[in-house]
Design a protein around this ligand. Structure first.
Ligand code: SF4
Length: 124
């Protein structure tokens, strides 16, 4: 079985448009990219697309009700929706420091979810 897919390279502003052809048990073939970085990106995008996860989680006792968070690395695109759903169910206690891990090894992957900013405790 073979398949080909058009992929727009987003590695640099040139936005080269090329195609990745995948045949069973064969190395993917790429056309239309003018550099090695683009070829690598296109193959990864066609075979195992990865994305950074960004969302917000609820905060208890903070000066703000929501904390922006980001994944420590890109994770499989197919995991993003379920990851966001899981994170919608957690609550983090203030105070929070930027870079603090708020959820370790999301979905059993080697990816942590970290705070994107500080949030101080609310004082009365
Ligand atoms: S293929 Fe190379 S030059 Fe073209 S957009 Fe990708 S990184 Fe830029």
């Amino acid at each position: 079985m073979s398949a080909s897919r058009k992929v727009i390279c987003i590695v640099c502003p040139n936005s080269c448009i090329g195609e990745v052809s995948i045949e069973a048990k064969q190395k993917p073939k790429v056309h239309g990219y003018i550099c090695a970085r683009g070829k690598s990106y296109a193959v990864a995008e066609a075979t195992n697309p990865l994305r950074m996860l960004t969302t917000t989680v609820r905060v208890r006792g903070g000066v703000l009700p929501l904390l922006p968070v980001v994944s420590s690395a890109a994770l499989p695109k197919d995991c993003i929706a379920v990851g966001v759903q899981m994170l919608s169910e957690i609550v983090v206690d203030a105070p929070i420091k930027a870079g603090q891990v708020v959820y370790a090894k999301l979905l059993g992957l080697s990816v942590d979810i970290v705070a994107s900013r500080d949030i101080a405790m609310q004082t009365l």
